[in-house]
Design a protein around this ligand. Structure first.
Ligand code: ADP
Ligand code: ZN
Length: 609
């Protein structure tokens, strides 16, 4: 029973979920929705959005209906709820008639706290009729940015969700998304008729994620070094742009002793689903994927997200990296990017589909991403600034840990531009960055000789820098808009701003790459409870608990994290509870899990002696 002083929502948080306190913003949202208000919630990935509708659904009479596009994950979501003792079910196209009938009956007789529903089911009159026969406590619209026609996750069925409001005007609705820009928020509000709703914008900071961006030299080796040095045995996601690159890198990691599974749209549905399921269920697997992977993946213990290609926008980058460290423990977001990424993306945008306005928007998104890569300031400050939030330098990103110097690159920039100006006269040929650098370095290779480029005035004037350094210079010129990519051939050309540099009227500052990669120095999360650091002596116990968890999860056919999160196991391994009451104080151990697993956990602890 809730004691009279504790609000019902906090009591549920503690008893059912086993968490002591709400995170930033959760309580306000929960109370607003529980008391019948509409809400539009913007919270970063891993911020804790689910509780914002799960708890109101438990407080209010009737069933909370959750609209979610993530059919493949519904079973896991429902299993996770049931493990907490919450009565949950789902309806989607993966079920047969009989399975659906059972859930429908549970709903109409009031035996469900939560019903997960795929949006396409609302197209059926029978679904709307079903909802009319039961008692709906609230509608939660998850991944609400799917209503945005400009976004990459657009789902036409989401457009129909405004109909819910017309049919059930008095039932509260809560829409949630991690897509943060002002424009997206306005679009969601208008399409879902949530202009009148209260808007909650949480801090987008994810303090436990360490952001690192480094120039790409040998992506494979760089990745391997990162995983071997810092993430042995950890679960993580590696993002690549192309299917081919996904396959190649998954094979490469596996050959090097790191078990990695591929995931991309070219794989047949079954393999894809199997790989996703294994990643979710097993400990310590790496998934190498295109960005098709990840929406709704709520695995809490993803320790790193690595990007081997430049993301097209800061929003995409932030959503993808946000999949690391949902449990609040230290995690890494690592990106390697190079000159060729910039050339490819610029070419793709210029030669791509859509009208001029669309291409302009894409180009601006890319520029913001490049500015983030080349900044000498704190990455987090830049990221949050992009989402309209301010912050202090964080101490937990590469630029804070190893501040890069900036250097005056005006002369090298002039050298590059002077080659480009001369090549401009032979514009029908493809002269990419490599050729320009060969000329600067004075290399007499076949192409140079074929076009007589060893007779150009700047031939060989660049021997003061190494090839890798020249690539850095050209990359940064591209990022700063002082050189552009001509879309047809990928030839580098001047821009309106280049002339001032050539005339010596403009200084060009560049970021000097630190010689060594940033040291790993994770700072404890600022405003969240500092995660429990695991002392070496607690490690064997933690491993034993993990083994118990793996066996139990397998037996029950659920992902390991549905039983307990890593963070909870760490706390158990250090706090060493000896009674069920003590175990119940550990964060993440609610009443239901205590009753169900408590004795086994205590036994695992004592049998270790
Ligand atoms: P989102 O949907 O915003 O990406 P989730 O709802 O999946 O995030 O929550 C992220 C993780 O944080 C989950 O593992 C969840 O159990 C945990 N979490 C959420 N709220 C709290 C809280 N108040 N205290 C502790 N852990 C929490
Ligand atoms: Zn920083």
């Amino acid at each position: 029973m809730a004691s009279p002083e504790i609000p019902e929502s906090l009591d549920i948080l503690r008893r059912v979920f086993g968490y002591d306190t709400f995170r930033d913003g959760q309580q306000e949202i929960v109370e607003h929705v529980a008391s019948g208000g509409d809400a539009l919630v913007l919270m970063p990935t891993g911020g804790g959005k689910s509780l914002c509708y799960q708890i109101p659904a438990l407080v209010r009479k009737g069933t909370g209906v959750v609209i979610s596009p993530l059919i493949a994950l519904m079973q896991d979501q429902v299993d996770a709820m049931r493990a907490l003792g919450v009565r949950a079910g789902f309806l989607n196209s993966t079920q047969d008639h009989d399975e659906r009938r059972v859930v429908e009956a549970q709903f109409t007789t009031g035996e469900l706290d939560l019903l997960y529903l795929a949006p396409e089911r609302l197209r059926l009159a029978s679904t709307v009729e079903l909802l009319g026969r039961g008692d709906v406590s609230l509608f939660a619209i998850d991944e609400a940015h799917c209503v945005s026609q400009w976004g990459h996750d657009f789902r036409p069925d989401y457009l129909m969700l405004s109909g819910l409001h017309e049919r059930w005007p008095e039932i509260p609705r809560i829409a949630l998304t991690a897509t943060a820009t002002e424009a997206t928020r306005r679009e969601i509000a208008s399409r879902l008729q949530l202009e009148e709703a209260k808007h909650f914008v949480a801090s987008f900071d994810r303090p436990n994620i360490q952001y690192r961006i480094e120039p790409k030299t040998d992506a494979k080796r760089q990745l391997l070094r990162l995983l071997q040095a810092e993430h042995k045995g950890d679960a993580g996601i590696v993002y690549c742009l192309s299917r081919n690159s996904v396959e190649k890198h998954a094979a490469f990691l596996t050959e090097n002793g790191i078990e990695a599974l591929p995931y991309h749209a070219g794989l047949d549905g079954q393999t894809r689903a199997a790989n996703q399921a294994r990643f979710l269920r097993e400990d310590g697997l790496v998934i190498v994927a295109t960005i098709a992977f990840g929406m709704g993946i709520d695995k809490p213990d993803v320790r790193f997200v690595a990007h081997l290609d430049l993301p097209k926008s800061v929003e995409g980058y932030y959503q993808e990296t946000g999949r690391a460290g949902r449990d609040g423990l230290p995690s890494t977001a690592w990106l390697a990017y190079g000159l060729q990424d910039v050339v490819n993306l610029r070419k793709m945008i210029d030669g791509g589909e859509g009208d001029a306005a669309f291409r302009r928007r894409q180009a601006m998104a890319l520029d913001a991403m490049l500015a983030l890569c080349e900044t000498v300031e704190c990455r987090r400050v830049r990221l949050l600034d992009y989402f309209g939030q301010s912050a202090e330098p964080c101490g937990n990103c590469d630029t804070c840990l190893t501040p890069p110097e900036s250097w005056d690159a005006t002369v090298p920039a002039q050298k590059v531009l002077s080659v480009i100006v001369r090549l401009d006269r032979e514009r029908r040929q493809k002269f990419g960055a490599g050729h320009i650098i060969d000329i600067l370095l004075g290399k007499k290779n076949a192409k140079v000789i074929q076009f007589d480029h060893d007779t150009l005035k700047p031939f060989g004037v660049g021997t003061d820098l190494r090839e890798a350094e020249w690539r850095g210079v050209v990359r940064q010129l591209l990022a700063q808009g002082l050189v552009a990519v001509e879309s047809n051939h990928g030839t580098l050309v001047q821009t309106d701003e280049s002339a001032a540099v050539l005339r010596g009227e403009r200084t060009v500052l560049m970021r000097r790459e630190p010689d060594r990669p940033a040291p790993k120095a994770a700072k404890a999360a600022k405003d969240r409870k500092a995660p429990v650091e695991l002392p070496a002596e607690a490690m064997p116990l933690f491993e034993r608990l993990r083994a118990w968890r793996a066996a139990t999860a397998k037996e029950q056919g659920v992902p390991a994290y549905v039983i307990f999160h890593d963070a909870t196991l760490r706390e158990i391994a250090t706090a060493l509870p000896t009674t069920l009451t003590e175990l119940g104080h550990v964060n993440g151990v609610g009443e239901n899990k205590l009753a169900k697993y408590g004795p086994q956990v205590l036994e695992t602890l004592t049998s270790a002696d």
